[in-house]
Design a protein around this ligand. Sequence first.
Ligand SMILES: [Zn+2]
Length: 125
Amino acid sequence: MNFWNRAAKATKSAADKASHILEINRLKSKKYIEEKSIKEFTQKIGDYYVAQMDRGLEIPGELNDDYQKIIECRYRIHALQVNIEQLKKQNPSSQIRCTFCGAFNCAEEKFCAQCGNQLEPERDI
Ligand SMILES: [Zn+2]
């Protein structure tokens, strides 16, 4: 095989390799999309069963422990939220008081979460 034949063959195999990699990546991304769909639907099914359990409906016994974990997480989330609200109240500089209803809102908010009144940024005088 002469130089030009070898060079042509090398070029072709490099091109084949590149197109293989492209094809593999294309298939991988399709696979990823399908796996993502499964996760979304699995999540939906999970949410459905959690809602059932919240309503006190009978669930397979092996899910009880996991459901208890969810309940515990909800308690912790609630406690954290209370903590966040307390800290927000203690730091009035990051708060805007609604001129209509008097509720405190985050300084970044444009409208009152309580009454919907437009919030006016406080001016330094
Ligand atoms: Zn308000």
